[in-house]
Write a protein that binds this ligand. Structure first.
Ligand SMILES: Cc1ncc(COP(=O)(O)O)c(C=O)c1O
Length: 429
């Protein structure tokens, strides 16, 4: 597809914004080529500055569960905006949203809204440290929780180790308190938590990982994690910023029957605006200001337009719609995996309900080391551009999750399946 306007706009963007983007992945660094500048979206389709349409499986990195410009969402935003945008006080929409979340995620007895996922995880960790009086944080290799100083670490090597920073500008003292462990490795988890038990404030985990591509947890791993954190009085934080309200009303925690101490939400809960939220038991959350001594604040937190728009999106999704959405993606994944097997192509789709990732090997992916070994690299980049030329927008980076929205039709997924099959046959020659 030709995209001269995108090219012109991106040149302009580079003159005034760092690298032409406000988030690095948008630069197409992983896949090469000129980044597209999008100008609108409707339903499952994104339109670039040249008017080319792309069926969108990136969906603002999982946020747009109703696709783009859904009528209910746009109406809620407009109606609320007409009454004023920001008051810097408590408003009814944020009370309604908090009631809604507390109802569907019972472990979140009290919540606090913030403006991004990063802010939510950063604040949850501060709260955990404040409550426990401990400094150490445990995370898992390949899980991403936003650009929090303490969590921007390089993956470990399969043994428990003090993490290294993956970004310049992070004081060593932050990273000295972070341990990064392999996902799904129960033995190492047990060893590490036992060794450092009275130093660790919290463990933060994506209960279904999305940021090393989709990795489904072994339930035993999460159960042991809960057991050990309870035993050592370590705060367990579930980062449900992707998974919250994606598969059903609530968090993935209820599917697994595991209750974390704190939960972080974002993305879907705003219908497309910037948002974050964290919450947990009353007894824990009361440590936050103004009730307690852990400080956290925000001018725009709980913004009424964001809250009303998010509520419209969340309320549109009922059990039947979730079931339909999950099934649609699962059926697609099964079809593609069947194709890979039949054709003896060393690839598979790892998926969980309505999120999925392409892997360039047969064997399942259980952790970040597996995800790296199963990365496509140049093959992923070639596939990405092949799909783009067919009018399909897949995430512009390997090791990311793709998503299906309520607006994707069977025909859309059929088109995607045909394109992937065509690419694989062409690649094989
Ligand atoms: C699981 C998870 N946590 C946290 C974040 C950070 O959220 P934000 O980009 O809104 O800061 C992301 C973003 O992709 C995420 O996927």
């Amino acid at each position: 597809m030709q995209s001269p306007n995108s090219k012109k706009l991106f040149t302009r963007a580079q003159e005034v914004m760092v690298g032409g983007v406000n988030s690095p992945v948008r630069s197409f660094k992983d896949v090469g080529g000129a980044p597209l500048v999008m100008q609108s979206g409707k339903g499952a389709t994104l339109y670039d500055a040249d008017g080319n349409g792309y069926t969108d499986y990136c969906l603002s990195w999982g946020a747009s569960i109703l696709g783009h410009a859904h009528r209910n969402v746009v109406l809620a935003a407009k109606k609320t905006a007409e009454k004023g945008l920001s008051f810097g006080t408590t408003t009814q929409p944020e009370i309604e949203m908090a009631e809604y979340i507390v109802r569907y995620i019972p472990s979140m007895e009290r919540v606090r809204f913030v403006n991004s996922g990063t802010e939510a995880t950063m604040s949850a960790i501060r709260l955990a440290r404040g409550v426990t009086g401990r400094d150490m944080v445990v995370k898992f290799d390949g899980c991403y929780h936003g650009h929090v100083d303490d969590l921007l670490t390089k993956a470990g090597s399969g043994v428990a180790q003090l993490a290294q920073s993956s970004s310049l500008g992070i004081p060593q003292s932050h990273i000295d308190n972070t341990l990064s462990l392999p996902y799904n490795n129960t033995n190492l988890l047990r060893e590490t938590l036992t060794k450092y038990n009275n130093k660790i404030a919290c463990v933060i985990v994506e209960p279904v990982a999305g940021n090393m591509g989709v990795v489904v947890p072994q339930i035993e791993f999460l159960k042991i994690l809960r057991l050990l954190t309870e035993q050592f009085k370590i705060i367990l934080i579930f980062d449900e910023i992707i998974t919250g309200f994606r598969f059903h009303k609530g968090g993935v925690q209820s599917e697994f029957g595991i209750t974390p101490d704190l939960t972080c939400l974002g993305k879907i809960i705003s219908g497309g605006f910037p948002v974050g939220c964290y919450g947990g038991k009353k007894s824990l959350m009361k440590a936050l200001a103004p009730l307690g001594g852990v400080y956290q604040a925000g001018t725009f937190s709980g913004n009424p337009v964001v809250m009303k728009t998010g509520l419209a999106a969340l309320k549109y999704m009922n059990d039947e719609r979730y079931k339909w959405l999950n099934l649609r993606c699962e059926q697609f994944a099964q079809e593609i995996n069947h194709f890979f097997q039949e054709e003896n192509i060393a690839m598979h789709l790892s998926y969980y309900k309505s999120m999925m990732s392409l892997r360039f090997r047969h064997e399942p992916v259980m952790n970040y080391a597996d995800a790296q070994a199963a990365a496509g690299g140049k093959r992923y980049a070639a596939l990405f551009h092949f799909l783009l030329n067919k009018g399909i927008y897949w995430p512009p980076a390997d090791l990311e999750a793709s998503f299906v929205s309520m607006m994707h039709t069977k025909k859309d997924l059929g088109h995607l399946a045909a394109a992937i099959k065509e690419y694989c046959k062409k690649e094989r020659g």
